[in-house]
Write a protein that binds this ligand. Structure first.
Ligand code: ADP
Ligand code: MG
Ligand code: MG
Ligand code: MG
Length: 634
């Protein structure tokens, strides 16, 4: 494209002038890829996870804990191996938004053979060890938490930096610019250009959890001269004003390679229907900026944190300069299904650029897919770097990933709603569950689709406090062509009358209900009964599925619920929704012990049902050989 890769990035007013050019180029690039690769077939299943980690610094003497702004230093070492020996790496490392974050993936995707289920957790363990090897100063550690409970409170970073209200790239009352990753200009430029495009700081208001001694109404005094904070902050809400509050959060993502574009489109839709369910199960975000919030998940914060819509686009002012009123942020749930099965459930008004849609259709792309891209392209490009495309700043619950140019990678879909868990065991369990779900969907030819507007309602439900136990979610009653059900082994619901979907608990959705609904795990079990799996692998899988079942039944707590309980029982907690520095320190310290396997957490994942650490260490060694056998991705 001829744009800068590194170097001085363009401001929003400069970027804006290139927006149409970049859009045109992006469209042509997609048309080219589509026409070249639309008939590509027979790619095998591959999958890879992404875990985002938070670097932490303890001051044990003074019982303080900070976000450690050391990502660049750590990454410089972690990425060396990849630049020297890209084809044999066991782990791969990427920068993330914040200077305290790193993202790790397996060196090469897994897939194809069942034995690879043994390698997920071992590889995650390896990643954690690799980070720890680069954190040798006293009190340093790494945690896979969604967000630091006191992110945005005074002195939350190490080294300590002060926010610069009204100045700098975030202009935040709480989040210092130095906490943004400094190793690549992309993140700073995004921050600045989102703020400039929308014409104000982002404003996120999350309802506070009202405990017995929480002031009512709850309100805060902000130290900003112009009173922007006071204006944007809502009563009884926790107010957040910077991209870092959302993009500085961590999640667990999974990418799957499909055998063809059509399979990718089918999987994209099917998985979209389970995004809210998995988000609720993985809920891990009950504390924001030192306060207990009334939500358990990160989603609305991250959506708000990159919401670059102008007042016109939000529908607050009549359209003059902008072209569309846009109901969602760039970071939000998907707005259209992509498969032919999905089309009839597309009941959301899909804002899209009709000219682009026509151009794509003229180039041979079917209307449904054309509308999806014409929808993505309503957004302006926010930063101009060579490696960028419009997808890199459209962050939705699912992502449809066309094969990258000049690679042997096939059509892929990415599953993005999951909140990251504390331990490798829990993260591996979630990955295993979703990978197996894709197999079940494909082999049993399942149909999980419900109207997309209902998926959106589920997204709201999923974020609520204790949704995993108390939430009721729209889910499809009959999952079509289920061979086991047809044989009478798994009861299916009587769905011939009325709506195709109904409200169900997560317990019913995951574990099933006799005579009413088969349940996703029984379906997975029935699938496993039909494929060849060695005993070792079967045991690995079983402990993960058991964990998911117990989470879904409410027997185990979600991470969010576990954290709430920890705070409520802490001697320093005054029933006023405040998570003090002491509570935060004790919570992070306990988390560190749990993540290292030194402390148990029976309510979180039961008695460590995972393999003994000996076996895992052996697996880490084996992984070397296995990884070497997998064909490199590039
Ligand atoms: P992004 O951040 O854009 O989602 P990443 O490259 O960080 O992409 O991560 C993508 C994930 O996809 C990694 O876990 C990687 O191992 C995995 N992956 C890479 N190639 C393939 C492939 N051919 N099929 C499936 N997954 C893949
Ligand atoms: Mg990534
Ligand atoms: Mg990431
Ligand atoms: Mg990703």
């Amino acid at each position: 494209m001829g744009f800068l890769s590194l170097g001085s990035p363009l401001s929003w007013s400069e970027t804006k002038q290139h927006a149409d050019h970049v859009r045109k180029h992006g469209i042509l690039q997609f048309i080219h890829i589509f026409n070249k690769l639309k008939d590509r077939e027979n790619d095998c299943l591959k999958w890879g996870d992404e875990v985002e980690y938070t670097l932490i610094k303890f001051d044990h003497e003074n019982k303080k804990v900070y976000n450690n702004l050391k990502a660049k230093e750590v990454l410089d070492v972690l990425q060396l191996e990849e630049s020297n020996n890209p084809s044999t790496i066991k782990t791969a490392w990427r920068p993330e938004y914040a200077g305290y974050m790193v993202e790790g993936t397996p060196g090469h995707p897994l897939g194809g053979c069942m034995r690879h289920f043994n390698m997920i957790e071992a590889n995650m363990k390896l990643r954690r060890e690799e980070i720890l090897q680069n954190l040798k100063e006293s009190g340093e550690t790494v945690l896979s938490i969604v967000t630091f409970p006191r992110l945005g409170c005074p002195n939350f970073t190490y080294p300590n930096f002060k926010p610069t209200p009204g100045k700098g790239i975030s202009s935040s009352l709480f989040f210092p610019d130095q906490a943004v990753f400094q190793g690549h200009p992309r993140f700073r430029t995004l921050t600045q250009n989102i703020r400039e495009r929308r014409g104000s700081k982002v404003a996120i208001n999350v309802p506070i959890f009202k405990d017995v001694k929480t002031p009512s109404p709850f309100t805060e005094k902000f130290p900003d001269v112009e009173g922007e904070g006071a204006k944007a902050a809502k009563l009884d809400h926790i107010y957040l004003d910077a991209m870092g509050f959302g993009m500085g959060m961590s999640c667990l993502q999974m990418t799957f390679q499909a055998c063809s574009i059509n399979e990718a489109r089918y999987l994209y839709d099917q998985l979209a229907a389970v995004t809210p369910i998995v988000m609720a199960l993985s809920a891990a975000t009950p504390i924001l900026r030192g306060f207990l919030s009334d939500l358990d998940c990160r989603w609305c914060v991250i959506a708000g944190s990159v919401d670059d819509r102008t007042p016109e686009e939000m529908g607050i002012k009549p359209l003059q300069e902008n072209r569309f009123v846009i109901p969602k942020s760039r970071y939000d749930s998907i707005s259209t299904y992509l498969s032919p099965e999905g089309n009839k459930y597309n009941d959301i008004d899909l804002v899209h650029d009709q000219e682009i849609c026509q151009q794509l259709m003229d180039a041979g792309i079917d209307e449904q897919l054309a509308r999806h891209y014409a929808h993505l392209f309503i957004r302006d490009p926010l930063v101009l770097f060579q490696e960028h495309n419009i997808q890199s700043t459209n962050w939705q619950t699912m992502r449809f990933k066309p094969p990258p140019p000049n690679s042997n990678i096939g059509w892929r879909v990415e599953f993005r709603p999951t909140e990251v868990q504390l331990t490798d065991f829990e993260n591996a369990a979630l990955v295993t569950f979703i990978v197996l779900l894709t197999r079940v969907i494909l082999s049993f030819d399942l149909n999980l689709l419900i109207p997309l507007s209902k998926v959106d309602e589920n997204m709201i439900t999923a974020q609520k406090r204790d949704a995993a136990r108390k939430g009721m979610f729209y889910f499809r009653k009959t999952l079509k062509k289920c061979p086991a059900a047809a044989k009478g082994e798994i009861p299916n619901s009587n769905a011939d009358t009325g709506e195709e979907f109904e409200l169900m608990s997560i317990d019913t959705i995951i574990n099933g209900k006799v005579g009413e609904f088969p349940g996703l795990i029984p379906l997975i079990e029935s699938y496993l009964g039909n494929v060849d799996v060695d005993i070792d692998t079967r045991c690995t899988i079983s402990q993960y599925l058991t964990f998911i079942q117990r989470k879904a039944s409410g027997e185990l707590l979600t991470t969010a619920q576990w954290m709430r309980k920890f705070v409520a029982l802490h001697p320093d907690y005054k029933q006023d929704s405040v998570v003090s520095e002491t509570i935060c320190y004790d919570l992070m310290n306990t988390f560190d012990g749990i993540a290292r396997g030194e402390l148990g957490a029976p309510e979180l994942f039961g008695k460590p049902t995972s393999k003994t650490s000996d076996v895992l260490t052996k697996k880490c060694l084996e992984i070397k050989e296995e990884m070497a056998k997998i064909e490199p991705a590039k």
